[in-house]
Design a protein around this ligand. Structure first.
Ligand code: 5AD
Ligand code: SF4
Length: 443
């Protein structure tokens, strides 16, 4: 039997959905008589909100657990949460005696109860995947930064052959319309000016609107755009198969929907895309991009890429470079393929040598950097509206996001949460700098 924790820390790894889950867990613990540990202070409870997508994810999570032991030999109560918790389940408690409870991404609304159980010496595990029950068990959102995340959809039915998400996050499920609109309103009341709708396959969101009509993500975006005080809407991550005409149309006529689309392609080779079970070809992907650009010519396209998928030839890889040139990505994430146990690709033949993989990643990243730089340079001399979201390192310097999601550095007395107009004066591949024009909207 140990004392109930009074202070806590939630450490999130990985994607934006984990950042969102981490915030919700912190709100839940805050509402159940615990306070966040201040910087440098030991917390009584540490929640490790883990990510399973990168290589050796479980090993990394266990070493993170090990690091929680303090110099005097004592340790906090440890909750293993997130996708590693989901994947490892009971195995986690067996492998590390330091783990007091294991909670999957669909069960964290039960954290307070599980913490109470852990304090009695039990080691509770909950990796059930009920259909989106957790949201009903979370407190209403109160305070928010200027840019907030809102999970609307979870899980994935696409089963790309390299990916663990369909196994760790389960089948695609959509949160109900009213819950989402209500949470958006609460976030805006709490200070949010930008909302990013999140989902592993966010554009697979399906539901009934307030009037009982079936709708897709586009109808949700249109409804949220009507809320006063909200200035910007984004959504991520999308699958090409679910990019509907109606969603494309929204990019053309919803001014609050920002000109940015994260649409992973993974490879430019049809043979590799087929082996990945991606359900689109290089050509069908390019046609989609053309249609989006027809309604929103200035849109920034962002993507994910995997190099060195089993069987990828030099020609396949060159097709990837070719699609990068054809799209002209504004930003991108690129990875070396690494096998995930239990996925179909893990037992495919034709593994690519590490050296070839390294060399391809380097060539791809050079090409992607050149496109990002070209995209950013094209904004030099233009006035962009920036949503300030943090302070810079230099005195008086603030950093905010452009409509295209680049970070922009500017000297201004305006505060976090304000929208300011900035004339862009210089550009790097990942950021831009400029000078203040005038305050567009007061905070
Ligand atoms: N190996 C390398 N990259 C992967 N991703 C997902 N699974 C793997 C894997 N096994 C990448 C994909 C995906 C992004 C979130 O992570 O590009 O879009
Ligand atoms: Fe993974 Fe593919 Fe689903 Fe994306 S679409 S989460 S890569 S299985």
């Amino acid at each position: 039997m140990t004392a109930l924790p009074k202070t806590f820390r939630v450490k999130s790894f990985g994607c934006q959905m984990n950042v969102y889950d981490g915030e919700r867990m912190a709100e839940l613990l805050g509402a159940s008589d615990m306070t966040p540990a201040s910087d440098g202070e030991d917390a009584d409870l540490v929640v490790l909100n883990t990510c399973h997508i990168r290589e050796r994810a479980a090993e990394r999570a266990y070493s993170e657990v090990g690091r929680l032991r303090r110099d005097d030999g004592s340790r906090p109560m440890v909750a293993l949460a997130g996708c590693v918790a989901q994947a490892e389940g009971a195995e986690a408690s067996k492998r590390s005696k330091m783990i007091d409870l294991v909670v999957g991404p669909q069960a964290y609304h039960r954290l307070p109860q599980m913490i109470a159980e852990a304090a009695t010496g039990l080691r509770p595990i909950d990796t059930d995947m009920p259909a989106i029950a957790k949201f009903g068990g979370l407190p209403r959102r109160r305070r928010s930064g200027p840019s907030a995340f809102l999970t609307v959809q979870e899980g994935c039915d696409k089963f790309c052959t390299y990916c663990v998400v369909p196994y760790t996050r389960g089948a695609e499920i959509s949160r109900p319309w009213d819950d989402i609109v209500d949470e958006a309103q609460a976030l805006i009341d709490g200070g949010a000016r930008e909302i990013t709708l999140l989902g592993q396959n966010v554009n697979a969101w399906r539901g009934e609107d307030g009037k009982g009509r079936a709708g897709g993500l586009h109808s949700l975006i249109r409804a949220i755009a009507l809320i006063d005080g909200l200035e910007r809407i984004r959504y991520t991550t999308s699958h090409p198969a679910d990019l509907t005409d109606a969603l494309i149309a929204a990019h053309g006529d919803v001014p609050k929907l920002m000109p940015y689309l994260h649409l992973p392609v993974q490879s430019g080779s049809d043979a590799v895309l087929k082996a990945m079970n991606r359900s689109h070809s290089a050509d069908s992907y390019l046609r989609l991009i053309e249609r989006v650009r027809a309604v929103r010519p200035d849109i920034a396209i962002s993507g994910d890429f995997i190099v060195g998928f089993p069987g990828e030839s030099e020609k396949d890889f060159c097709d990837t470079l070719a699609i990068v040139d054809a799209v002209g990505y504004a930003s991108a994430y690129s990875f070396k393929y690494s096998p995930r146990p239990g996925t179909p690709a893990a037992s495919m033949e034709g593994a690519i040598e590490a050296q070839v993989m390294d060399e391809r990643l380097q060539r791809l990243q050079e090409r992607l950097r050149a496109h990002s730089l070209a995209f950013n340079r094209a904004t030099i001399g233009k006035d962009l509206t920036i949503l300030l979201d943090r302070r810079g390192r230099l005195p008086g310097q603030m950093i905010g996001k452009s409509p295209w999601l680049q970070s922009v550095f500017v000297e201004t007395k305006a505060s976090i949460g304000e929208l300011v107009d900035v004339r862009i004066t210089h550009a790097l591949p990942n950021s831009m700098g400029g000078v203040l024009r005038r305050s567009a909207v007061a905070a």
